[in-house]
Design a binder for this molecule. Structure first.
Ligand SMILES: [Zn+2]
Length: 200
């Protein structure tokens, strides 16, 4: 084999690896900032909220002291009817919204973040911080019944998936590089959340 052919092969293999990596990155979600991410064309109005009339949650929202760890069971058929296609993709099919496109990554208002599917209170604005990732990030959950975690070995990575403890919907992932006092970074999809501003 000539040197020319072999270096061509090497180059094309390198190109293939590079292209595969580029294809995987946007799917991984919640990576630390690269400074190169751009907001997509998805705007607030298209963020996948359920049609008006359905209300923001698909079960009555709970106040933190009403939470008792009970589960909300619904069939996938019911979820498909209740959620918008974008919500269904993230909440039930474990999709990831693109960084800097969601409604809440830059929200600095005081209030409570609920599960958009079932109204389970998940996070307080008091535990929200700027992670620079383009996804809303929190260093703690609101109640002991807010979320559950599961090992996630998809996309060639080992991550910890976060689901709603009440309805099992996918919310995002949690990482160990968050701020004190917990050192955790709950990296969530805005579309999985619904924010209620604090009163007064
Ligand atoms: Zn839920």
């Amino acid at each position: 084999m000539s040197n020319h052919t072999s270096s061509f092969k090497k180059r094309s293999r390198r190109w293939f690896l590079f292209a595969s990596l580029c294809a995987l990155l946007p799917l991984a979600g919640c990576a630390l900032p690269t400074g190169q991410r751009k907001a997509s064309a998805l705007t607030k109005g298209e963020s996948g909220k359920a049609p008006a009339g359905d209300g923001p949650y698909h079960a009555p929202p709970l106040s933190p002291d009403e939470v008792d760890g009970s589960k909300l069971e619904r069939s996938e058929k019911e979820w498909r009817e209740l959620l918008s296609p974008q919500q269904y993709n993230v909440l039930r099919e474990k999709g990831t919204e693109r960084a800097f496109t969601g409604e809440y990554w830059d929200n600095k208002e005081k209030g409570t973040y609920y599960c958009a599917a079932c109204g389970n209170p998940l996070f307080s604005s008091a535990a929200k911080f700027e992670s620079g990732t383009g996804w809303p990030s929190y260093w703690d959950v609101l109640t002991e019944h807010s979320v559950e975690t599961h090992a996630d070995r998809t996309l060639g990575m080992v991550r910890t998936e976060v689901t709603c403890a009440r309805c099992g919907s996918h919310l995002g992932h949690v990482f160990n590089d968050g701020p004190q006092p917990t050192g955790l970074r709950y990296c969530m999809n805005s579309i999985s959340l619904y924010f209620e501003p604090a009163e007064g």
